[in-house]
Design a protein around this ligand. Structure first.
Ligand code: FES
Length: 174
């Protein structure tokens, strides 16, 4: 006597069930895989010396400060997670550039570039800085903090993102 064979409808239902199960499994893996491999897609990844890429030097207009947001990574065991670090101002000049921290040296607010007045302005206590970082007026005790920067052979500008103690006349690493 022949064994009972599943009908075509039963076979189709089983196949659909397996496909649904496989799709659910794959969807469940997406978030963990993104957290592991996501950093590779981020624009900014620190090199071994701690330099962060800012873009091609030739893409910055000479003499016009341009703000660049920096992202880095934090590590928790073998997991890496992207995070915002802050921002810097790039001022291209000659064959290089000066990179300033956007953190006001008075009490740490974020300074803005005021294009119409052609100067940096801090919204908290009105310190003003020249395009070259010089203190023009206000309670800030020193100029804007410049950061170590370099241009690679491929024309890529990068900087080290350092923080300094605010409220001091001298630039002291935090
Ligand atoms: S924090 Fe910038 S002037 Fe006070």
């Amino acid at each position: 006597m022949a064994a009972d064979l599943p009908s075509r409808r039963e076979l189709f239902a089983r196949a659909a069930g397996w496909a649904l199960g496989a799709a659910s499994l794959l969807l469940g893996l997406v978030a963990p895989l993104r957290s592991v491999f996501g950093v590779a897609r981020r624009r900014t990844v620190r090199d071994p010396e701690g330099y962060l890429p800012l873009g091609r030097l030739s893409d910055f207009l000479p003499g016009v400060p341009e703000e660049v947001a920096l992202a880095g990574e934090s590590r928790d065991g073998w997991l890496r997670e992207g995070r915002e670090l802050g921002s810097v101002f790039v001022v291209r000049e000659g064959g290089g550039a000066t990179v300033f921290s956007s953190i006001c040296p008075h009490l740490g607010c974020a300074v803005d570039w005021d294009e119409s007045a052609h100067r940096f302005a801090c919204p908290c206590h009105a310190s003003l800085f020249a395009p070259d970082g010089r203190l023009l007026s206000g309670p800030a005790p020193r100029p804007l903090d410049s950061l170590p920067a370099r241009v690679g052979p491929d024309g890529e500008l990068s900087c080290r993102y350092l923080r300094f103690v605010s409220g001091l006349p001298e630039k002291r690493p935090a």
